[in-house]
Design a protein around this ligand. Sequence first.
Ligand SMILES: [Fe+2]
Ligand SMILES: [Fe+2]
Length: 393
Amino acid sequence: MDDEVLVLQGLQRMLRPMREDWDMEFVESPEEALARMKEVSFDVVLSDMRMPGMNGAEFLSEVMGAYPETIRFILSGQVDPKLVFMCIGAAHQVLTKPCDPATLKSVVLRATKLGAALQSDTIKQIVGRMDRLPSIPALYVELVELMHDPEVSIDDVGTLISKDIAMTAKVLKLVNSAFFGIQRRVASTADAASYLGVDMIRSLVLSIHAFSQFESVDMEGFCMETLWTHSVQTAAAAKVIARVEGAGKQLYDDAFAAGMLHDVGKLVLAANFQEQYREVLQLIKNKNMGCCTAEQQVFGASHADVGGYLLGLWGLPAPVVDAIALHHVPDCLGQASFTPLAAVHAANALVHRTRGAGAGASSEEVLDLAYLAELGLAERLPEWIDAMKQKQT
Ligand SMILES: [Fe+2]
Ligand SMILES: [Fe+2]
């Protein structure tokens, strides 16, 4: 949808080769788009940002409310920081004009493939509508205080953000949107903070607070603080393992971010479906069921499926999304080399082994030794465990 007819015609021409695979419609106004969406369901909408009446962010907010499972992209020509936050809430991803056909095609294909593991439309709708995640209040307060310090260093900001699941996810979403014209993908919150700058982060931090609808996600057998601790430990362990394996910066950053975010799906499920999540915890406790098996039974999807779906929609780097989505079934990736997934899978299992059960932990948190053997990494295990121990002391 674009109010400029020439741009719209350009898009139409550019996407013509896709017409065998996609059903596409091109409209000139939000009103027209919304009227059409009433009649037919759309998997993806792609909208211009600046238009005379309703702007792109407002249009996508309406779409989010009425059709949350529809994937929402903004295609914008302007980089106006004020518009960034509006967009980044309502849009799953922000692309810049002009967008070459190959990029557009791959972004759309990637996003539409993500939901394959989710059988439930309810979950797709809930996840599609999520524009923020709960933060730990104490960490949030610390961050706000830090942001008020005029002498604050961008390094301190990056470090503090890296300790919070919600802030990490949000900052990586923002920095990986094409809006900022950063050519390479970013998985490190320190890099993200220095790209975005203190002012941008400050606005982001404050905008998150405006919607802290997730005050209490605590229930018996599930505690947000425990999940946080487990995530921080898994991230640290994944980083240690990546270092021992001599991984380069990109893989190292991916492993850390994915470790921090690997169980984000638990947060999404527990925050939105408290009753059903209680059922999951009961199945784990009383029937000794694995966490993913129990979630599968109750929701038709596991926390790994849900987390991978959300952060994939948000445009986080593919290796990070794969590591999140497959951390309990790593052999599904079919990649016979050391990846962020290998680091996170091992880190998660080793952290559970040494620290005991975390939030919603279960018998499933075990090392897939056959997978590690296939990667030729089985004999590396003692060295990883040693390095993890050294890190703690
Ligand atoms: Fe998990
Ligand atoms: Fe975990």
